[in-house]
Design a protein around this ligand. Sequence first.
Ligand code: R5P
Length: 323
Amino acid sequence: MRKLLVFAGGSNRPLAEEISNLLGKSLGEVTIKRFADGETWIQVEDSVRDVDVFIIQSTCSPVNDNLMELLIMIDAMRRASAERVTAVIPYYGYARQEKKTTGREPISAKLVANLITAAGADRVLTIDLHAPAIEGFFDIPVDHLPVAPILAEYFRETLPIQEVVVVAPDVGTVARANRFRKLLGRGLPLAVLFKHRPEPDMAEVEEMVGDVKGKSAIIVDDLISTGGTLIEGAKFLIRRGAERVYACATHPVFAPGAVERLEESPIEKVVVTNTIHFQQKGEKIEVVSVAPLLARAIKYINEGLSMTTLYKELKPIKFQPAL
Ligand code: R5P
């Protein structure tokens, strides 16, 4: 087993603390400041010579600052002779331009993968990439963990729901929703909504395949930004006869106003994880922690173990920030 040190960027310190507590370690010391012109200034305070280094940093808002912090931290570790550097990116931003849909578009998800690799990362550990193909944008090993087993278990344990139908809120989410449906494990039906965006950040549901009448619908998505996809989806499902609507999504991107809109919506509960730290809590929002999953994955990587048993006996726990 190699000596292991976990460092945190500034994006999600509460999650990093939870992970390091579960690993029985303190976080490595790193000072992060800004130059007067806004540039990121970093000093790693602990020696990392010959150490197996893990840097926890979600590339969430402020995305450019958090991304630069990650890149500069990787560079610092590499130059300080770390034996191996793993970028732990619970939420991988810049993932929504992952293919060209018209001419003259970038593939930002690939560019960011190149940057992380060029900075000197040896491997990446991440959760629920917006598009699974992004894993292949890296030429270094990527451990890409789904959170569906934990969310499905959470629904099974906490919500007294019967007559369930799992709903994909758009065609891009069908595989994800179907995996979640199988994990709930009761031969449940699947419904698919057909969403379109008349303009950016606005969602409308055109049609649906499946039957939701008299059922509890669980909408499964990878992220919530404005909340429009879930809210418009929920309204449509209720119009089509759903008794009640729940929702779950891995990444609470939560654009301004999203939590309020979700609170006022007909959705009963919105279950998200803490891949992104957010301050504003709502009555309907439940947060399940990914810390046990990431702590175990870090231990497995450090010990060179196969990830196939990673989820065994992993129980969902609610997010509790470390004191
Ligand atoms: C779309 O491709 C994603 O899976 C999400 O459905 C979408 O990004 C959610 O955005 P919003 O909450 O703004 O509708």
